[in-house]
Design a binder for this molecule. Sequence first.
Ligand SMILES: Cc1cc2nc3c(=O)[nH]c(=O)nc-3n(C[C@H](O)[C@H](O)[C@H](O)COP(=O)(O)OP(=O)(O)OC[C@H]3O[C@@H](n4cnc5c(N)ncnc54)[C@H](O)[C@@H]3O)c2cc1C
Length: 354
Amino acid sequence: MRGTAAIVGGGVGGLAVGAALATNGWQVAIFERDAGPAVTGTALGMWPSALAALDHLGVGARVRALGTPQAAAVFSRPDGTRIGSLDVKGLRRRTGESVHLLSRPALLGLLRAGVPESALRFGSAIADASALQKDYDVVVAADGIFSGTREALFGARFGARYTGITAWRGQIDTMPTESLIETWGRGGKFGVTPQEDGRTNWYATTVAPERAFTPGRERAALRELFGSWHGGVRGVLDAIVEEGIFRHDLYVVPPLPTYVRDTVALIGDAAHAMTPDLGRGACEALIDAVTLAQCLDAHSSVVGGLRAYDQRRRRPTQRLAVVASTASRLTRWTRALWLRNALLRLSLLAPTPA
Ligand SMILES: Cc1cc2nc3c(=O)[nH]c(=O)nc-3n(C[C@H](O)[C@H](O)[C@H](O)COP(=O)(O)OP(=O)(O)OC[C@H]3O[C@@H](n4cnc5c(N)ncnc54)[C@H](O)[C@@H]3O)c2cc1C
């Protein structure tokens, strides 16, 4: 079917679903609360299934050309010795693809190009998505982790929950890398990945009280936590400047009983925000977007299309969220690290979901 769609949120999921529906002949309006396109943001890893979704949106080739393929993924201890590695060659054999990394603004720019210019309404915060239902055939909630639409539909008990873990991220222009290198220590980890244009994306996590940010002292906090780790980590810490550090606490969304209600569908983090340990949240938002557009195309009613979308996407994304939470819990261990590392090594032997 074709019709009119209101999309709340112009992030990865919102722009992707806008582009997919517009291609199928829908009239779309994307309401984004920010005043203009995002200009900051570090790298997102695009897994093969997300690259297939991007192909469907007509931008896969550009993402592969602009992004940097990840040559290897190695996990090590703070002294630099190796715990294990991901079977990147096996992933390439199975799918013909590598994970490609590119920055959030670059990805959003490519997605935006697929959306009719008149559809994008910046500076439009939607307080009540249900009010859109009378003017549009379908409403897509792509309003992220703290989705107001999700809370209005499902109540406060489905609000985002703090995981107890905080994250720092940023990028540096020196010291390019071709691989993901993640170092796991006592109660935290420090990682680097490639990014487009020869830049390096870095991130770190540790257990911390919620909102215990230390503006102006984040670099010092990172040095206290990771400054005694191996030379690769210390080199990145030396290159980081305070102004380039993003700090977020990590939240998850409890599993929802359904991703659809009446003529409203939830996609991306609004539906299934997971910890970033697998690097899959944006990938799943892209797949949700393409699947939702396909389901609406294949059905003669919005309700039928949304039901099919829920059936196709809820179980796989909720399973992935459980795996991500398990990985996140492993990073919190402060004792029996030999056992924790053995569990990590074992998990790396399982075939990686593409
Ligand atoms: C540290 C970290 C590392 C990550 N690494 C990766 C990775 O490597 N690979 C990967 O796939 N994913 C990764 N992710 C996850 C990824 O960032 C998210 O899953 C993804 O951005 C979700 O996209 P979304 O469109 O659902 O939500 P968002 O990108 O959050 O977009 C939501 C949009 O809705 C807008 N909005 C919110 N409320 C309203 C409103 N009321 N009215 C109008 N607009 C509104 C917001 O301004 C925003 O633009 C990572 C996340 C973190 C925290």
